[in-house]
Design a protein around this ligand. Sequence first.
Ligand code: HEC
Length: 155
Amino acid sequence: MHHLSRSGLSLLLVFLLGWLPIQAQAEMSARDVDLRIDTFDEIDRLFKALRFKVVNQRSTDRQGAMVYSSELVRLGYRLPDLFDHPSPREMFPQSRARPEIWNRKDRYDFLMDEFLDNLEKIHEDLSAGRMSQAGQLIDRTAQGCRRCHNTFRYR
Ligand code: HEC
């Protein structure tokens, strides 16, 4: 230690302090971020198919619709954990997640909970054969997608 000059020590300190935040950010892995994006893409595809079937076609095939809704519930529950840690864009350029997700976590979690509740409720309505109620909730849920994206996703 006595070999280190004063300036050598301060250099070491600067290095350590600069390194800490990078370590904190690295809690999020690129695999998690990619999984998040793939999950949303899959949700998008299934949600559009479900909406087309139940709202546009007014299909009475509840079994067929439930194939979509059960998959949507399963994929939806993957999401909350994938937002546990910040994923700054400098480190994850592929992500459209805005820092507001972590600055306004209560609001974000509220919208995410509402989204997951809606997906479960849609599935319940379909399994009980309440097709038009499911359709109305699908439309309201679509508004929720946009509301969340407006604040929390880069264009
Ligand atoms: C609670 C907030 C929230 C809700 C609700 C939500 N999203 Fe998103 N969505 C996001 C965020 C944040 C991202 C960006 C994720 C990333 O890139 O890391 C995203 C990304 C996406 C992407 C693109 C993936 C990408 O970044 O290229 C699609 C497609 C998408 N969402 C569709 C939907 C659809 C469809 C719904 C509703 C059925 C929905 N989302 C509901 C927050 C939300």
